[in-house]
Design a protein around this ligand. Structure first.
Ligand SMILES: *Cc1c(COP(=O)(O)O)cnc(C)c1O
Length: 338
């Protein structure tokens, strides 16, 4: 793999830290837990989309775009970070927002929605649940093209082969950090949503022959469907960067037991995980992705999926700005458990 051949913008200086989660590991009685702080990536508020956008924005600029269009849910971290990258690059940005949970869109909501407006989003289109988002973005693109703009469409979550290249680069960064720090990790655990993060890691670890297994904790889709998506995307991304051997299907592992009632809908395990990590480690998880992914890691530990002597690395994919749209949920939980 020669990642230097692909156009890339840089939004983060250096590598994100890997830290031990000593107090959480002690509480759970092992395995030894570590966290990679991709919540400390660059752009406004950090998070995993910053790595994908390094390659996606470079492609947009190479194609002569003067604006980007992307999509996401009402509290989308991906929309926040795409807008931040566009602002930094001097491009316009139009967001197509899917009201996935009926009634969940409020124009004056806090969290990421507030940040869309603070960073001066150039346009927002809100569409109902189960809209074909690619079609909706193409309609916006056609309208704006007729007005003389040159739009570039970034798919939901930045999850195509170009965006997933950001997480092939992350796999590379992680391996060299582990080598430098003489740390041998048995498994990486991450949230699995639109899939570019999980798929990029699978492709990267396969391409380098490091054989570090990746466990994805689903935040939206059933196991089979998500594994198929991840496998297809990992294969496409591996192909793009010149990995010659085929990725074994069994390298893609997803758990869907921690989604709860649906995407972005709270579970008590998520609330427990967000509370625990805040109070034991001083690290902020989010309610939609990393809270459920950490609930998955804790659940798997409690059911004996990992042995006490293993070392497991949790990928913190960001998302904490969405916490401010969920304060009522946490206040109610604390009131009940006083
Ligand atoms: C988008 C997102 C994810 C999921 O990553 P995908 O690449 O879409 O699977 C995880 N955590 C946070 C905070 C996110 O915003």
């Amino acid at each position: 793999m020669n990642l230097a051949q692909f156009p890339r913008r840089r939004y983060t200086t250096g590598s994100t830290p890997i830290q031990p989660l000593n107090r959480l590991s002690d509480l759970l009685g092992g395995p030894s837990l570590y966290i990679k702080r991709d919540d400390m990536l660059g752009l406004a508020g950090g998070g995993n989309k910053a790595r994908k956008l390094e390659f996606l924005m470079a492609d947009a600029i190479a194609q002569g775009a003067d604006m980007v269009i992307t999509c996401g849910a009402v509290q989308s971290n991906h929309c926040r970070l795409t807008l931040a990258a566009a602002v930094q690059e001097g491009l316009q940005c139009h967001l197509v927002i899917e009201e996935r949970v009926p009634g969940s869109y409020r124009p004056d909501a806090s969290g990421n929605n507030f940040l869309f407006h603070l960073m001066g989003v150039d346009g927002m289109t809100v569409v109902p649940p189960d809209t074909n988002m690619m079609l909706a973005m193409q309609e916006v693109a056609e309208r704006l093209s007729r007005q003389g703009r040159r739009p570039y469409i970034i798919p939901g979550g930045g999850s195509n082969a170009i965006g997933a290249t950001g997480y092939i680069a992350c796999a590379d960064e992680l391996e060299s950090q582990l080598f430098d720090e003489a740390l041998n990790i048995d498994t990486v655990v991450c949230a699995s949503g639109s899939g570019g993060t999980h798929a990029g890691l699978v492709a990267g670890f396969h391409g380098s022959n490091s054989r570090i297994p990746v466990v994805g904790i689903n935040v939206r889709f059933p196991k089979e469907q998500q594994e198929d998506t991840i496998y297809r995307l990992a294969s496409e991304a591996a192909d793009r960067v010149g990995v010659l051997s085929v990725i074994p299907r069994e390298n893609v592992v997803c758990f869907d037991e921690y989604v709860g009632p649906g995407y972005s809908l709270p579970t008590s395990e998520m609330v427990e995980a967000v509370n625990l990590v805040a109070r034991l480690e001083g690290i902020l998880l989010d309610p939609v992705y990393t809270g459920k992914a950490m609930a998955g890691l804790i659940g798997l530990i409690r059911q004996g999926y990992f042995t006490k002597s293993q070392r497991v690395l949790f990928l913190h994919t960001g998302g904490w700005p969405a916490l401010f749209a969920y304060t009522d949920l946490f206040y109610a939980d604390w009131a009940r458990n006083q």
